[in-house]
Design a protein. Structure first.
Length: 291
């Protein structure tokens, strides 16, 4: 039985974020020159670069065993694949992105119904047609090869269905969002036959577990400090923690070492409070994986 896992890495928007995530998870993917088959430091995996738009088609057909792509393109093709893991990251952030309907800021279009009879430009044609058909709104959906926001400005479309992450492209073209049609994030998907192959399944599960562990670790930091005995109760009460904080005694002293794992976003407010309440020698460190 075939044991080598053929793994699709998304070429394009998700490529750098995905390769960085694999690096933090323990796999080095090396894209050199013009080859679409990058090296990976794991003899049981063969990597292939594949456009996010067609990843789920290739996974469904078995050309590749597993791959990463956006939920949007899986939905577009209605692909029959096994979804192994939801991985919440996009091109520039660790958040989902959104597909929205947008119109010109000065357009009279305000609701979905106002779009009846109008022209909508999008890369996500089948999804958009289904979306409006389900709502009995008759629209003219035109395929866009990209730079879709420009099509409203140049008068080629009345509205667009387009992905946005930071909204900078929407703002740059003076557009207004009237509706969100889908939230999308990266997913690890597997071919259904490959998923039944024990060796391949074990490898896919290993990848899912470690990618998720690295994503969780991105949102957390470790914090460690020394605290005198008479301040320990107050300091511990200030610390949010995955579980309870770890407390150890310092050698031949009445001081304690206190260690905790906390949300990255809390650190900047917490450190001044800890110092004020008597903690000393505070160190903060980043984490590679949290399981
Ligand atoms: N900020 C983002 N912009 C565009 N796509 C994003 C973003 N974040 C995540 N994605 C995901 O990336 C995938 C599309 O990536 P892909 O590179 O194939 O298309 P693209 O960005 O339009 O490429 P290009 O424009 O370079 O041809 C989708 O699944 C989409 O959800
Ligand atoms: O909300 P933002 O952070 O601005 O990101 C969203 C933009 O990024 C993508 O463009 P891409 O670079 O893929 O260009 P394209 O339109 O030519 O495909 C997407 O199609 C949006 O235009
Ligand atoms: Mg694009």
């Amino acid at each position: 039985m075939e044991k080598i896992l053929k793994l699709g890495i998304p070429k394009g928007s998700l490529q750098n974020a995905t390769i960085n995530l694999f690096k933090r998870s323990g796999w080095k993917i090396n894209i050199e020159g013009r080859s679409y088959f990058p090296d990976i430091n794991d003899d049981t995996i063969e990597c292939a670069l594949c456009r996010a738009q067609e990843m789920s088609i290739n996974v469904e057909s078995g050309v590749i065993d597993a791959g990463l792509t956006g939920l949007d393109w899986i939905a577009e093709h209605e692909s029959d694949v096994h979804v192994v893991a939801d991985l919440i990251y996009s091109k520039v952030s660790a958040r989902p992105a959104r597909w929205v309907i947008a119109v010109a800021n000065d357009s009279s279009i305000k609701t979905l119904e106002d779009l009846a009879g109008k022209t909508i430009s999008t890369e996500l044609v089948k999804f958009t047609k289904r979306f409006f058909r389900d709502r009995n709104i008759d629209v003219n959906v035109k395929f866009s090869w990209g730079a879709t926001e420009a099509k409203i400005v140049s008068g080629l479309a009345d509205a667009i269905v387009e992905i946005t992450e930071t909204e900078s492209t929407i703002r740059a073209h003076n557009l207004r969002v009237i509706h969100e049609v889908m939230e999308t994030n990266t997913q690890l998907i597997a071919n259904k036959t490959a998923w039944e192959n024990p060796a391949k399944r074990e490898k896919i599960e290993q990848i899912a577990m470690l990618l998720q562990a690295a994503l969780v670790a991105d949102k957390l930091v470790g914090i460690k400090m020394n605290v005198p005995e008479n301040k320990i109760a107050r300091i511990v009460s200030l610390l949010p923690s995955l579980n309870a904080p770890t407390i150890a005694t310092l050698y031949q002293s009445d001081w304690f070492s206190v260690e905790s794992i906390i949300d990255t976003g809390l650190v900047r407010d917490l450190i001044p409070k800890l110092l004020k309440e008597g903690a000393e020698g505070i160190i903060e460190y980043s984490l590679n994986k949290v399981l």
